[in-house]
Design a protein around this ligand. Structure first.
Ligand code: URA
Length: 433
């Protein structure tokens, strides 16, 4: 078999056989196929696509390239959740204790942030002492005893996806539905969950910019899940502005605590409850979505959800007192108010620009090796639909870097205004199951 023939076939839109897909993935991982041929192949997939069978084969080739997490020692139906990546998305911090509080086990592996999107593991590490590496026995015991545990993705989980993702990042081939779907689903399959709930983001802060594209991605992932015997539900949710009011790490933990106490912003509370409700229905706790939604809302109101988050912090080595005293989280030195220079209604907030602003302030990484400043971030004072007068504060930049001109200008550019009150945004566009 020759790589050049496979590139040629895909260039003409032909369907690849399973052994051809395995040849490409294994050859690239083993360094028999060079970056330039893989780049050409990825671009051919970008333009010509893949059918369902090819995408499932690509997913399995990624899964087989590394370790598979064995969750068989964990009792009950294991349900996992994944977001396709957003700005201000702290929902895993809310969903893990919420789902665990009704007895459904959550054995979660999460990633770190890169570029304009944040990662759950980075957010949790802003809690002093919180361990995101646990040995297998502790991980399994914590899930069996407390119904929850979270760790960073093990180094050898889907290494083929890791290597190919890095190449996609520099060859403008990230936003391809077959490539995103196989990348996300391979990590979920290798993580070992029985059922998967996917949060597919759409809008300025997401890879999918239109609802139609996001629905297509959602359908593709649900089909892969089903074809590999995992019950999978995808919820298409709004990312046309940052989620909630906080973007960063420590400040997102603070906001997650507020959501769990019942004081969260409407957008993130609704989406968190929706995703968690589908998870607990798949896990067998409730028979239908609306019962689950009502019960989980009551759990937040009763204080049981925030109590469960305290338990999570404690069992993973952090100080649970921070839940009652969030000022124990890292605080930055500078807080710069960005003010409106015109009056009107906020019509849009470019979430990607706010994500990049947070990164410039120190909250994210430009390169994988960069360290992050947990205290850095952005507070979104004004959101879409708010009425603003010139001089009002739009957002506040938190940082330890004295010089913030670029971040200041970018965050201001993220805001657009209109004279007429804009239509209110939908939080949830579609549910695919
Ligand atoms: N998230 C992933 O894990 N992979 C992609 O390709 C895109 C988003």
């Amino acid at each position: 078999m020759r790589m050049v023939d496979i590139i040629q076939k895909k260039k003409h839109g032909e369907i690849l056989a399973e052994n051809e897909i395995n040849f490409v993935v294994n050859g690239y991982v083993n360094e028999e196929i060079p970056d330039y041929q893989m780049s050409a192949f990825l671009m051919a997939v970008y333009f010509k696509g893949m059918n369902k069978r090819e995408i499932a084969d690509l997913t399995l080739a990624f899964v087989d390239s590394g370790d598979k997490n064995d969750l068989s020692n964990i009792q009950g139906i294991k349900v996992d959740k994944h977001s396709s990546g957003g700005v201000g998305d702290k929902l895993s911090l809310v969903i893990i204790p919420l789902v665990a509080s009704v007895g459904i086990p959550v054995a979660k592996m999460s990633g770190r942030g890169l570029g304009h999107t944040g990662g759950t593991i980075d957010k949790l590490e802003s809690i002093e002492g919180f361990k995101t590496v646990l040995d297998r026995e502790t991980f399994v015991n914590n899930v069996n005893t407390h119904k929850m545990a979270i760790v960073g993705q093990s180094a050898n989980l889907t290494p083929a996806d890791k290597k190919i993702y890095a190449l996609r990042d520099v060859t403008a081939t990230v936003d391809s539905i077959p490539l995103i779907a196989s990348s996300i689903m391979s990590k979920k399959i290798a993580s070992g969950a029985d059922c998967i709930v996917l949060d597919v983001k759409v809008g300025s802060g997401a890879f999918m910019k239109t609802v139609d594209e996001a629905i297509e991605l959602a359908k593709t992932m649900v089909e892969i899940g089903k074809s590999l015997n995992r019950k999978t539900i995808a919820v298409v949710t709004d990312m046309s502005q940052p989620l909630g009011h906080e973007v960063g790490n420590a400040n997102e933990v603070k906001e997650a605590i507020e959501i769990l106490k019942g004081n969260g912003a409407e957008d993130e509370t609704t989406i968190a409850l929706t995703l968690a409700s589908y998870m607990v229905v798949l896990g067998g706790a409730y028979k239908d979505f609306s019962t689950a939604y009502d019960e989980l809302s009551k759990i937040i109101k009763s204080g049981a959800a925030i109590k469960k988050f305290k338990e999570l912090v404690q069992i993973q080595g952090g100080n649970p007192e921070l839940v009652d005293n969030p000022n124990m989280l890292p605080q930055s030195k500078y807080h710069l108010e960005i003010k409106a220079s015109e009056s009107g209604y906020v019509s849009a907030i470019d979430a990607e620009k706010i994500g990049i602003t947070a990164m410039l302030l120190g909250a994210g990484r430009k390169k994988k090796e960069d360290t992050i400043d947990f205290s850095a971030g952005v507070t979104m004072v004004k959101k879409v639909g708010d009425n603003v007068k010139a001089g009002d504060v739009l957002c506040i930049l938190h940082t330890n870097i004295e010089e913030q001109q670029e971040a200041g200008e970018l965050s201001k550019k993220a805001y657009s205004f209109t004279d007429m009150e804009p239509k209110s945004l939908r939080y949830i566009y579609e549910v695919i199951q």
